[in-house]
Each structure stands twice: as C-alpha cells, then as structure tokens.
Write a protein that binds this ligand. Structure first.
Ligand SMILES: [Zn+2]
Length: 297
C-alpha cells in the first residue's frame, strides 16, 4: 500500500512562504514525513505526470523552485520525495472528497489534479495512506472519504496527520527481529529504536550497549516472546537501576556469577536475560527462553 500526499503537504501560498514561522512549520512537517518513510523504507508515494507538471509549472510553487535549492533542507526534501514517487495515471475527471479540503496554496489546480489521482486509485480499488498537510489536519478519529458517480467503490484511506502517525503502522517484530547473526547488528538496534519511539515516548538511553555473540545466537531462532525481548531491553536501557530493580524486570545482581539478570516475561514462562554492566555500558550476554535454566545458578 502506497501513500498519497495531500496537496497542502507539498504546496504553500506565497504569503505563507514569506512568513518565516509558517514556512518553517510547513518544511518541518513535510521533511518529517519523508524522513520517517525513508528511515523505515515504508512505501512509495503515488504521483502523476499532471501533478508533476503543476509542481514545476507556471506559476511555480515553493518549495519546488530551482532557487529554493540553495537551502540544504530543501535539497533533502527534493531528494527524498523524488526517490519515493511512483507513477500512476490520472483519471480524466475528479472524484469527490468529504469533508472538502482547504486549498490555500499558490496554484489551486493542484487540488483537481490530486482528486484525479485519487479517482484513478478508486478505479484500481487501491487503498492508500493519506498524509495530510497542516491546513487540513483532522481530529483523532475523523477521516476523509473519496467517492464518485461513476464507481460504486468508495475509498477511506488510512489517515496520517503527523509523521509520528507512521509508527502506528510499523511493527518492530515483523520488520526488525533478526533471524541470522549477519543481520543482527543492523536490524536489532533498529527494532529497539522503533519500540523506544512507540512505547517509551522517545526516552533517551541511559546506557551504552552491545550484544555478545552468545546473546545473538540465543535470540535469533526464537519464535516466541519476540516483542517482550525488545520491550525488556528498551525498558532496561531507559530506566535507572533503581527503576529496573523495582519494575517487572526484577533486575538483580547475581553475586555468585557476577552477572546481572532481568526478567523478560513473568511466570510461568519466566524468560530472562543476563548482562554485565561496566562504565555505564550494558553487555547483553544471553537470553534464556522457556524452560532453560540460567547457567551456573
Ligand atoms: Zn468514478
């Protein structure tokens, strides 16, 4: 499933462009969407020749002027946007949208072109993520519907009012749980980062961390508790030692073997992770799954 960018996410009026606060808010909103789509390689953006003609046409619209490219931020926007566009035909007529969009950018024809694109998607019965500009943001559970007289099929896209809304459609386990040693380093850390953003409000890590080869081996073939493994590690890394001792991690030092142990899942499965802690760096040693006894205890 691909995304469609609502025109006010891409285009701005000249008046707003020359108002520094409004311009910055507009650029930040657009860049945030493109950044997160890039970071997680989420999907492509439906685009048509007609929209492209409007984007570079006359009157030209910021931030798509060649001269806008003096700003490095806008260079990044151009690169990340064009990298993701995927061509779709435009239907010969527009479809309807309810509620209607506010059209406040330099060339209002873009709204018709956008509705021709969505009409084509109605014809293709192709669902899409709908990324909305600041002007047309909706309240949490409100939605847009697209329909027409010539097709019986209505489209209700998945709404994204802000870039962070992409997190609702991402799953750390599906996307990043590693299944081989080779992909462990690149994937596992990304999975942790995603869980941190989704479930821990973007808290900062309090510790550096690394994973031993034994840890990687003990994790990659797991088919159960994958989510819990991610969550427990993020919780450990974002908590103070006192917090993780008092939480369901039951974080404790095992004096006999000089290792720390924390719970991943509670009884009856009681899965655990052992680690060492030195100079604010956590070295994860091994994961113990269902029914596996901690070595040396
Ligand atoms: Zn139709």
């Amino acid at each position: 499933m691909n995304a469609v960018f609502e025109p006010s996410l891409l285009f701005i009026s000249d008046d707003d462009w020359f108002d520094e606060l409004k311009r910055d808010a507009f650029l930040e909103h657009l860049l945030n969407h493109l950044d997160i789509m890039d970071e997680y390689d989420i999907c492509r953006i439906w685009w048509t020749d007609e929209l492209q003609t409007i984007l570079v046409g006359d009157p030209n619209m910021h931030p798509w002027f060649g001269s806008d490219l003096r700003n490095p931020l806008i260079v990044t926007i151009h690169q990340k946007f064009y990298k993701r566009t995927e061509s779709c035909f435009e239907h010969e007529s527009t479809c309807e949208i309810a509620p209607p969009l506010i059209v406040e950018y330099a060339n209002p024809i873009a709204n018709d072109s956008f509705l021709k694109l969505v009409h084509a998607l109605i014809e293709l019965e192709e669902r899409f993520y709908f990324c909305i500009g600041l002007f047309n943001k909706l309240h949490t559970d409100a939605t847009f519907a697209f329909y027409c007289n010539c097709h019986s099929h209505q489209l209700q896209p998945k709404i994204l009012n802000a870039a962070e809304d992409w997190l609702n459609f991402l799953n750390a386990v599906d996307q990043f749980f590693p299944t081989s040693i080779e992909e462990f380093d690149s994937n596992f850390t990304k999975g942790l980062e995603l869980v941190k953003r989704k479930e821990f409000g973007g808290s900062e890590y309090r510790f550096g961390f690394e994973f031993s080869k034994a840890f990687k081996k003990s994790v990659i073939h797991r088919t159960t508790h994958r989510e819990a493994i991610f969550t427990a590690i993020v919780k450990k890394l974002t908590s103070t030692s006192a917090e993780s001792a008092g939480s369901d991690l039951h974080d404790e030092f095992l004096a006999k073997i000089k290792e720390w142990r924390m719970r991943v899942t509670q009884r009856p499965s009681s899965t655990r992770i052992h680690y060492t802690l030195e100079d604010k760096k956590v070295s994860f040693l091994r994961y113990y799954g269902d029914g596996e006894h901690d070595d040396g205890l």
